[in-house]
Design a protein around this ligand. Structure first.
Ligand SMILES: Cc1cc2nc3c(=O)[nH]c(=O)nc-3n(C[C@H](O)[C@H](O)[C@H](O)COP(=O)(O)OP(=O)(O)OC[C@H]3O[C@@H](n4cnc5c(N)ncnc54)[C@H](O)[C@@H]3O)c2cc1C
Length: 423
């Protein structure tokens, strides 16, 4: 991508945010049928609304466990006191006007033979097509010592809400001169650049509020998203930030919560504040439905997002194995639109289109310093692959005005996507 094309692409992505290259049929195909969507996050809420827009005759029911959705993007700013959690919260009151039926209850079981979903409130919903969009669950058996109780001392803050506020309170309570440790997991996990954006913003908080403190990232990887851009920024802005890679002993093998200690094969690291981002898997209902494989994630057809394990069940968003696409809200929203179009076609007995999908992930290195990575994707060889030459990252040597502009693009993207999904 040339610099000009990339600028153009970023502007389009920021302005239209989610206007992916989507094969949405312009005219309803006259399908009808019943679709149940489980999970009202970036993927599920988008999908439910778009199916209805594409073919109003389809009966769409959105099943969501919580009446308030708390968004993760921008929650790293909440952790460091630069944003309130309220700004992350969204409701579902606009869905009725779109003729999307709402069930505020957790889906607890799926009978793929009978094509029905059972909810915690006892309701049983029959479907012709089921869309699962449950996001992630923590693998509580994935890191020895890291239990649900441990997360109350060493928050993950990888699902936004109480955990976000807990980490914020811990940082606020820490004495100047303390040590903050972030534990970053191996791939795949929700939001590949997220731990490093968080590290930047915590480093910014420490630099401005508690300058004698230090921050260590213990990482189970040697490489990560936007690595060069992050590392350049750390060198320039945050000398008290230390990244320990897998090869240099960063992989945490267990946690000792009582001693506030992270254990690696190379030694023990004592923390005053420990943010443990643990291994993850698809939200539990995907496993219950038989749509997750041994990896804990859900294999899908790259054109329709139909499960490779359960017919008539589609999986979108973080829960899916979406090849080269990262687990991001932007991806989830784009996948939802492709899946909506495919479901409408399949219900009408038509052939789904060959889709193109876009993702852009912004990260804030400081409140007025943004960087991004972007890509265009398509099905190829049974997977979702990046279109060669389509994407790229922010230039390494950009002036501060470009960084500031990208921070405003990030803000614009968040307003646009949440407006589209929940507004
Ligand atoms: C700190 C952080 C920063 C991030 N920053 C960005 C960013 O800048 N840009 C970006 O694009 N992405 C970002 N992400 C990633 C983004 O949050 C996720 O990729 C996105 O939320 C995935 O959407 P989803 O719909 O798959 O899952 P979610 O948004 O988590 O939605 C899942 C929904 O399903 C519901 N649910 C689950 N199980 C059930 C059930 N059994 N019954 C009923 N409902 C159920 C949940 O309550 C939830 O509402 C960030 C993530 C983190 C942690």
């Amino acid at each position: 991508m040339t610099a000009r094309n990339r600028r153009e692409f970023l502007r389009t992505a920021a302005a239209g945010a989610t206007a992916a290259l989507l094969p949405l049929p312009a005219i309803a195909q006259g399908a009808g049928g019943r679709v149940v969507v489980v999970g009202g996050g970036f993927a599920g809420a988008t999908c439910a609304r778009f199916i209805k827009r594409i073919d109003p005759r389809v009966t769409v029911t959105l099943v969501e466990a919580s009446p308030t959705f708390t968004a993760c993007p921008f929650s790293n700013l909440v952790i460091v006191g630069l944003r309130e959690l309220k700004a992350q919260e969204f409701g579902y009151d606009k869905f009725a006007a779109d003729q999307v039926a709402l069930q505020m209850s957790a889906a607890t079981a799926v009978d793929a033979q009978a094509r029905s979903v059972t909810l915690g409130n006892g309701t049983r919903l029959a479907y012709d097509r089921l869309v699962l969009a449950p996001g992630i669950d923590i693998r509580w058996d994935g890191l020895p010592g890291y239990t649900e109780a441990a997360a109350e001392r060493m928050p993950h803050a990888w699902k936004a809400g109480e955990q976000t506020l807990l980490l914020r309170r811990q940082l606020e309570a820490m004495e100047d001169g303390g040590t903050v440790i972030i534990v970053a997991p191996a791939n795949p996990f929700r939001c590949p650049p997220g731990p490093y954006e968080r590290a930047c913003l915590i480093a910014y908080y420490l630099k401005t509020k508690k300058p004698k403190s230090k921050l260590i990232i213990l990482d189970a990887k040697d490489a990560f998203s936007k690595q060069r851009l992050f590392q350049n920024a750390w060198k320039a802005l945050y000398p008290n930030l230390e990244w320990v890679s897998l090869s240099t002993g960063g992989k945490v093998t267990s946690v000792d919560v009582g001693a506030m200690t992270l254990v690696t094969d190379f030694g023990r690291h004592k923390a005053d504040v420990a943010n443990v981002i643990p291994p993850q898997k698809a939200g539990r209902i995907a496993e219950t439905a038989g749509a997750a494989d041994r990896s804990g994630w859900c294999p899908i057809d790259p054109a329709t997002f139909e499960s490779k394990l359960q017919p008539n069940v589609h999986v979108i968003g973080d829960a899916s194995i979406a090849g080269a696409m990262p687990k991001s809200a932007f991806s989830a929203n784009a996948q939802a639109k492709v899946c909506a179009a495919a479901v409408a076609k399949l219900l009408a007995g038509a052939k789904p289109d060959d889709p193109r999908l876009i993702n852009t992930c912004y990260s804030l290195v400081a409140p007025d310093y943004g960087i991004s990575v972007a890509g265009v994707y398509r099905p190829a060889d049974g997977q979702i692959k990046e279109v060669e030459g389509s994407g790229g990252v922010s230039p390494a040597d950009a002036p501060s005005s470009t960084r500031a502009l990208e921070a405003t693009f990030a803000n614009g993207w968040f307003s646009t996507i949440t407006g589209e999904v929940f507004g």
